[in-house]
Design a protein around this ligand. Structure first.
Ligand SMILES: [Zn+2]
Length: 171
């Protein structure tokens, strides 16, 4: 599995989470109320060492709402989301370079939160008929949102996720 995030990396993850939430709130016009109704937690593999994930995946979004009965009768309209960050893979692809880690995690978190916002607003079906199509939409939105953000090495990360470069090199 490889090494896990250390406190220094977890701090960067926490910064990336706050920043992505801010960027997405601006971009989608979300208020504090939205985040209260759609809470999410961010975990790393330290908390959870099961499942295997496809190659090239750095995080995984899960929705585990309350039961349908409560939802159906409107007694509970909350959904809970969990973003699982595959930290050994993040360490590997960034080669542990701290200067790459913030833009990398910002990209990953922004991508996952855009999935979440689209789910929560029913802009995509819960059982996706066409996952590739949704993936492409989220990919394009992530790039559009982050292209306005000024951060060193963010362009390197965007190129990486676009397949323009196969590795993250810092020039
Ligand atoms: Zn995705």
């Amino acid at each position: 599995m490889g090494p896990l995030f250390q406190p220094v990396h977890l701090k960067i993850l926490s910064d990336a989470v706050s920043l992505s939430e801010e960027i997405i709130s601006d971009c989608f016009g979300l208020t504090t109320d939205y985040w209260l109704k759609n809470p999410y937690e961010v975990r790393t593999l330290k908390d959870e060492r099961k499942a295997t994930f496809p190659k090239g995946v750095y995080a995984h979004l899960e929705k585990y709402g309350n039961n349908w009965h409560e939802k159906f009768f409107g007694t509970d309209t909350r959904c809970l989301y969990k973003v699982l960050v595959l930290d050994p893979r993040v360490l590997r692809v960034t080669r542990g370079r701290l200067s790459l880690m913030l833009p990398f995690l910002l990209y990953v978190m922004t991508h996952e939160l855009i999935h979440m916002v689209r789910f929560s607003r029913f802009e995509c079906a819960a059982n996706l008929e066409d996952k590739i199509d949704e993936e492409n939409k989220v990919h394009d939105l992530t790039e559009a949102v982050l292209s306005k953000v000024k951060m060193s090495h963010l362009d390197t990360v965007i190129n990486f996720f676009n397949g323009k470069t196969i590795s993250l090199s810092m020039n």
